[in-house]
Design a protein around this ligand. Structure first.
Ligand SMILES: C[S@@+](CC[C@H](N)C(=O)[O-])C[C@H]1O[C@@H](n2cnc3c(N)ncnc32)[C@H](O)[C@@H]1O
Length: 310
């Protein structure tokens, strides 16, 4: 009932508009008809004729706007859509397009992307709480990869099918088993030759110089609230592969903060974000500036003011 009333009042409004338009034209035409064709015209002053031209232009613009508005309403009536529906359809279309583009980027990454493994062989060392936090970090890491313009080819290695970690990932992360990545019980060295692997560890001597496509980067899948020092460095030694740290000392300096807190140990997803940005921009300064958490008490240094000299 309400709909019929509002529809007919809309019709009425439209009718009034159309009448007014007709009247407008009639009035103008009547005015013109009343003037004898050859009646002497009083010459207009410069100012008056400028105003008249302006008025004529305004009238023409209003008329064409009304005509365009009418045409749009007619089209909408024919397609049975209102503006809101049109917006929703447009929004859904662009959402679908974004999803398709993401799927395509990830599929391409699985063929030719830079290879990054998250080594989950140490997950039995974590408490239940740490395991849950690692599951959440893996979700964020995967989300970053999905959004990245150049996503990595992602491997979750040494992830046992019967592990607490896998159960927690499935419980906490929607669609985990369908993530576009490779999940395996094998270790990274069962898949890649040792010479191509660099294990990232905050305790390594060597700083990573660049992120390059020929190297396989391994991150330790660890959350250590009760810090287990140098675990990833020991794991790299056990595997017999190169270890490297992020070049924090080379590009950053300590920032003063109330607690005098400074830490170079990041969560696995934060390191992953820095790697993505460094690969994308080719610049450690940009990557660290964008992704290094401020709460860790470091900031990118102006030249000559580095963490190592602080
Ligand atoms: C929370 S950290 C684990 C810290 C742990 N104490 C260890 O021995 O590695 C998780 C992982 O992120 C990576 N990571 C964290 N900070 C890093 C840094 N400054 N440089 C290189 N890798 C880092 C390492 O791969 C590390 O295993």
């Amino acid at each position: 009932m309400t709909e019929i009333v509002s529809e007919s009042s809309e019709e009425q409004t439209r009718g009034v508009w159309e009448m007014m338009e007709l009247l407008n034209i009639d009035v103008l035409e009547e005015e013109r008809a009343e003037e004898p064709e050859d009646a002497p015209q009083a010459p207009l002053s410069k100012n008056a004729s400028r105003k008249q031209r302006h008025w004529e232009r305004t009238l023409a613009a209003r008329k064409s706007k009304r005509r365009e508005e009418k045409r749009r309403r007619r089209l909408n009536r024919h397609s049975g859509k209102d503006e809101e529906e049109e917006d929703t359809a447009h929004h859904q279309l662009s959402k679908r397009a974004v999803k398709a583009a993401t799927r395509e980027r990830l599929a391409e990454a699985r063929v030719s992307g830079l290879k990054v493994c998250v080594d989950l062989s140490m997950s039995h060392r974590m408490s239940d709480k740490e395991t849950s936090r690692l599951a959440a970090q893996l979700r964020r890491l995967y989300g970053s990869n999905r959004r990245a313009s150049k996503p990595f080819r992602l491997f979750l290695t040494s992830l046992r099918e019967d592990s607490r970690l896998l159960a927690e990932c499935v419980r906490m992360n929607d669609g985990f088993l369908n993530y576009s990545l490779e999940r395996t019980e094998q270790s990274c060295l069962d898949i890649f030759p040792a010479e191509s692997v660099v294990y990232l560890s905050p305790d390594a001597q060597e700083a990573l110089e660049r992120v390059d496509g020929d190297t396989v980067y391994v991150l330790g899948g660890l959350v250590d609230e009760s810090v287990q020092k140098a675990l990833s460095l020991s794991r790299a030694e056990e595997l017999g592969v190169r270890a490297a740290r992020l070049p924090i000392d080379e590009h950053m300096r300590k920032t003063p903060n109330g607690k005098n807190f400074h830490s170079k140990i990041l969560a696995v997803n934060q390191v992953f974000d820095i790697m993505l940005a460094a690969y994308d921009t080719g610049s450690w300064t940009l990557a660290l500036d964008k992704c290094f958490p401020r709460s860790k008490g470091y900031a990118v240094a102006p030249q000559g003011h580095l963490a190592s000299s602080a």
